[in-house]
Each structure stands twice: as C-alpha cells, then as structure tokens.
Design a protein around this ligand. Structure first.
Ligand SMILES: [Zn+2]
Ligand SMILES: [Zn+2]
Length: 655
C-alpha cells in the first residue's frame, strides 16, 4: 500500500514532505534532536495543538518553544494539571473547577471539601508531590469522549463543577486529558509528558468564587509558576520580589500617598495630602500642556439623568452592571453616577450653534467617573470603583482629523518623555475586513479615519502594530502600552475616533457651503486615569519620583537641636524658590536620620551644622547617590531649579 504524503509548510516558507499522520514532534526530530527537546506545542493551520497530535493533511506548521507564548502556555497549563494531580493524591475527594495558564504561570480553583482548608503553609508539600510526579515522566494522553461518557465519568467522581461545565458543551467537541492518575476535562494542548517541568514554585492561595459569581461557592485558588530550568525560576522569583518591593499599594502606604477606608467603601481611594499634591502637580502639568495645544477646561456633574445614558448607549453597556439609580423624592427623576464624561461634553458642544470656523473644539476635564467592579476584582489604584480620567473630547471636521490626531500624539509623547517612560509600543486598531456589517458610520468616513490614524503614526515616525478587527464599533483607535522598569507592560493612554456619539446626539456645524454637517469626535486620555497612572508611576520609579513631581523635594537634617533655627532659615529661603522642604527635627543621631529619610525617597537630604550655618550653606546628599558636597544656599536653589527645568523641558517649571 502506498503511503500518503503531505506537504508541511514551515514559517520560513520552506515546504517539506512527510507521511500523513506525522506529528509535530516527529517533524522537530527530523530537523534536530535538540529542537525536538525544546518544542512545547505546535501551531497547525493557526490552531495550537499537542506536539504528538497526528497531522493528516497539508498544513502550515510552527513549532512553539519556551520563547513563544503558545509554548509557555502549554507548559503552564500542563503544570496546572500536574498540580491538580498532586492535590488529588494529597487531598482525596477534592473537586476541581478550572485551571488555566495565565500571563505568568497558572492557577487551579479547587474545592477540597468543607472539612479541609488549604493554606500557604501547605504549598511546599504540594510542590514536593508535584516534583515527584513530574520526574516520573507521565505522558499527557488525549482522549475524545462523548458528552454522556464525560458526564458519567465526572458524575461518578462526584465533581459537580466539571459536570456543570460539560453540560454547556456540545457533544462531539469534548476531550479528556489523562496524566498519571489524574483525568481532566480539557481542550488542551499539553506537553508530551511531565518531564520538562523541572522547577516548581507555588506562590499563594486565594479565594475565588466559582465562575466569578459571589452567590456561588468560594473555591480555593492556588497560584503557581514553573520553568524548564531552576535558574529561570530563581530569576523570576527575584523579579517578583522586586515587584513586591515596588508594589504601589505598599509604597502608597509607606510614602503616605493614598489609603482606603472600609467605612468610605471599597474601591474608593482616599488621596492623602502628599498624594493629592502629587496628583495635582500631574494635573497642572497636563493642563498646561493642553492649554498650549488649544484645549479648554470644562466642569460637569458627577451624575446625569438616566435618559442621557440611554441616548449615549452607556446605559446598555454599564446600566445593569453598574450602580443603582438615584431617585429624587418628589419629581420622580432618575439619575445615574456617570461612568463616562463624554455625554456631558457633547451637550456642551450642543449648547449653541457651531460653524466650521469654530472647529476644532477641544474640551478637557479631569472628570471623576464611577463604574461597578466586583469586590474580588478590586486592586489598589489599578482597579477601583471611582477614578478620575484625564479626559478630553475633540470635535472637528473630517478634514481636520489627521492634524488633530497628530497633536494628540504629540501630547502623549511629551508626557511619556517627561515621566521617563521611554519603552512603549503602540497599536492601531482597525475594522475587521471580514465583518464590515457591525460598524456604524459611512464607509467614506471610516476610510478617512483609518487613513488619518495610519498617516499620523507614520508621519510621527512611530513604531506600531496594526490589529484588524480590534476597532470599536464606533471608530478606529490608537493605544499606548508602556513597559516599566521591570519590563512589565501597562496599557495607558488611548486615542479613539468616534462617529457614533455625534450621531446619537445629533451634533452639527454649519459648513462653508451653508449646509449642516456632522463633526467627528476624538476621545483621548493620555494617562488613562489619574489613579492608574499614579500606580504605574509608583511601580516604574519605585517611588523615586522625578524632582519636579516629588511631594517633598528636600529634607533638612540639623545635626543637633542647636541648629534647628538654621534649618528653618534654610527652609524659608528655599520656599522663596518654590522648593518644597521638610525638617527632620527629631533628636536622633545624624546617621539614623539619613537612613530613615533615604527610605522616604526624598530626592535631596540637606545636612546642616556649625560649618554650614557659618557659611550660609548646606551639605547636600542625593537620594541613593550619596554626598554631593557643600553648596551655598543660593547655589543649591539654582541647582534644583535647573534640574527641574531639564526634567520638564519645554513645558516650563511653573507646574
Ligand atoms: Zn488541560
Ligand atoms: Zn469619551
């Protein structure tokens, strides 16, 4: 019998012939044994599969290694199974929810029964068991099952979580993966066997509601991470430790920037004086930049009539999920907390007739919005229920769109450079060419908008990726992702074109032709929100803010009580130069004062004693850099001012 041959196209475009039913692993082996050892999953015609799944017909093939997200994903997802197997061995009768791979590792939601509690102190024992099983090199075996077989298996096992999941699946699409004594309902893909999982660390235990529903059972979520090499694990743990040190929740408390009060309500940050100062300075900086770019500040209320949100479409999006309406006692009016600032700005546009000569109109507001988040989702300043957007809406003619877009990009770039975010990526989101039905607005306008964005990023010489199908239904957009000092990615600013809201609110301007036309709208928020931005800034700088932004710029340390009066004199002198100072007048040894104040991340430490008092000077230490020598007071003030000028560049020093 003749063997059927199939063509396999590799990523470099080369085509090789193999017998049908060849596996990705066979193909890797045919290239080199070392490659075969590194392959963790394969992508066949765009679908990620196990390395040992037979390929039956012509296909494109990519071999995914550790460096590829699809490779890591298979590795970590397999590790979740491994952990489940260990837990089942140690805690017989445990029921299992879901166990996915996540960005940095994996978790599994488990229910060990009401009698058993798994805590952080149990993790080493589970880890040991995992290592033992991994070294036994259990293969992951895929098995396609019918829905009734699947139901029967997990029904007999008494795992109601799995049967609930199976119930929602379509017959003919269900598979099990077996490894060692453990069987899971799973789509895959998995590693060929457990042996590549060499380094294992279970990180922590948390509570998680089954299916994220707080009315359902709270399960035990166990997080872990694994690597093919011990050294990689050690590096990762070091990074986690650094991230822990920089955690904005920890630093926010230590630096007295913000707090939360259960009595005020969860997810509602309280900005402490130092944090409020920092935020105000950021706002002033942005206001100044915006003023120079022709923006006008407006102020709008925190609530709006329900009808407003129905008109804008936000009621549909946020209404049911969001906070409950507020009713007036006599008039029967219904208000909602605002989830967005846009509708009020649209009404400001509408309050008088506009001509083509008035456009563009740029309305800016630091507008606080409220959105419901489940309590379990709240996280420091990055996931909150009330936050302030550095919002603005630009209303312009279609022919002005590109220029306006470029100006917004200028603002975003200026902010990034001023705040030392030099590593960022941008993504242009366009329509899905396969599904043009779902977008509103005319074809001509979309063309114009998409080209405007693409030309704007090109003309700005920016590096960008294009994602087709990622546009909002109302318009294309440009997103900015910054990479922080630890290499973590954060989504920050966004610029969006919108044809929808001007339509819904029937915005008009009188054109040169004396006819009515509809303006285009741009939504933009370079920081995203003040809360999120400050959180990212804290973690990026580890709380060592640039001098212009630091809540306290210098702390004066008299070496003994005798020099307290001189310290006050220095403080008053620097105040005349708008330099913000503190005095550490505690009766402590100077060495201790220096150490304590270094921890507070105050940029300059000024030590004063006999010598300094006599010569009207200060001994200067730069935080983290040590002694900078003695400077006359005026010399020091000018030195500070020039550092600030350098940091703020063209935006000036009066923020
Ligand atoms: Zn699985
Ligand atoms: Zn908006």
């Amino acid at each position: 019998m003749n063997k059927t041959m199939i063509n396999i196209t590799l990523p470099d475009g080369s085509v090789k012939q193999y017998e049908a039913c060849v596996t990705g692993l066979d193909i890797a082996r045919s290239i080199s044994n070392s490659l075969a050892r590194e392959v963790l999953s394969v992508t066949v015609n765009g679908e990620v599969l196990d390395v040992n799944r037979p390929i039956r017909s012509d296909a494109t093939l990519r071999l995914n290694k550790w460096e590829d997200p699809e490779g890591k994903h298979a590795f970590w997802h397999s590790s979740a199974h491994l952990m489940a197997e260990a837990i089942e061995a140690l805690y017989p009768g445990t029921k299992f929810g879901i166990g996915p791979a996540i960005e940095n590792g994996f978790y599994y939601d488990v229910d060990p029964g009401d009698e058993v509690v798994i805590t952080d102190s149990d993790l080493p024992r589970i880890e040991e068991k995992m290592k033992e099983i991994a070294s036994e090199k259990h293969p992951f075996r895929r098995e396609e099952v019918t829905k009734s077989e699947a139901m029967e298996f997990f029904g007999n096992k008494g795992d109601e979580y799995k049967t609930e999941l199976i119930d929602e699946l379509e017959d003919g699409t269900i598979s099990f993966y077996r490894s060692g004594s453990f069987t899971d309902l799973c789509r895959g893909p998995h590693l060929a066997d457990t042996s590549p999982i060499k380094a294992i660390k279970l990180l922590n235990v948390a509570g998680a509601y089954w299916r994220g529903d707080e009315n359902r059972k709270q399960m035990t979520r166990i997080y872990g991470v694994t690597f093919p090499k011990q050294k990689m694990l050690e590096e990762h743990l070091e990074l986690l430790e650094q991230a822990r040190q920089r955690d904005h929740r920890k630093l926010g408390k230590e630096l007295e920037l913000f707090t939360f009060s259960q009595r005020v309500g969860q997810g509602l940050p309280l900005w402490l004086p130092k944090g409020a100062q920092l935020r105000e300075r950021l706002e002033n900086f942005l206001k100044k930049v915006q003023r120079e770019h022709g923006y006008e500040q407006v102020i709008t209320p925190h609530i709006g009539q329900k009808e407003l949100w129905v008109t804008s479409g936000h009621y549909e999006k946020y209404g049911k999920e969001s906070f409950q309406p507020i009713h007036t006692p006599q008039e029967g009016e219904e208000f909602l907390l605002k989830p967005m600032n846009c509708p009020a700005h649209l009404e400001i546009y509408r309050y008088k007739p506009r001509s083509y000569r008035d456009l563009p109109i740029r309305l800016a507001e630091f507008g606080t919005v409220y959105r419901y988040e489940q309590s379990g989702e709240l996280h420091g300043l990055t996931r909150v229920r009330g936050f302030t957007q550095d919002d603005a809406h630009i209303f312009c003619r279609p022919d002005q769109l590109k220029d306006e877009f470029k100006k917004v990009i200028d603002i975003v770039l200026l902010i990034f450079t001023t705040l030392d975010f030099h590593d960022f990526t941008t993504q242009v989101s366009l329509r899905d060419p396969e599904d043009m039905e779902k977008y509103i607005g005319t074809e001509a306008n979309w063309e114009k908008a998409e080209n405007a964005i693409l030309e704007a990023v090109e003309e700005k010489g920016m590096e960008y990726t294009v994602e087709r199908g990622e546009a909002a239904f109302y318009g294309p957009k440009l997103d900015f992702m910054v990479r922080d000092a630890l290499g973590r990615k954060w989504q920050l600013g966004t610029i969006q074109v919108d044809y929808n809201l001007p339509d819904r609110f029937e915005l008009e301007y009188i054109g040169e032709d004396n006819q009515k036309h509809r303006p285009v709208m741009i939504h933009r928020a370079p920081f995203g929100s003040m809360e999120r931005f400050v959180a990212v800034l804290i973690e990026h700088t580890a709380g060592k803010f640039p001098l212009w932004l630091a809540p306290d710029q210098a702390v004066i340390l008299p070496i003994s009580e005798k020099y307290y009066d001189y310290a006050e004199k220095v403080s008053n002198f620097l105040k005349n130069y708008d330099i913000r100072t503190l005095i550490d007048g505690r009766n402590e040894k100077i060495g201790k004062k220096i150490r304590d104040n270094e921890l507070k991340r105050i940029p300059y430490l000024l030590i004063v004693g006999e010598k300094e008092q006599e010569s009207s000077s200060v001994s200067v230490r730069r935080q983290g850099e040590g002694d900078q020598g003695v400077m006359k007071l005026e010399e020091f003030a000018r030195f500070m001012q020039s550092e600030i000028r350098n940091q703020l560049g063209s935006t000036g020093t009066d923020v």
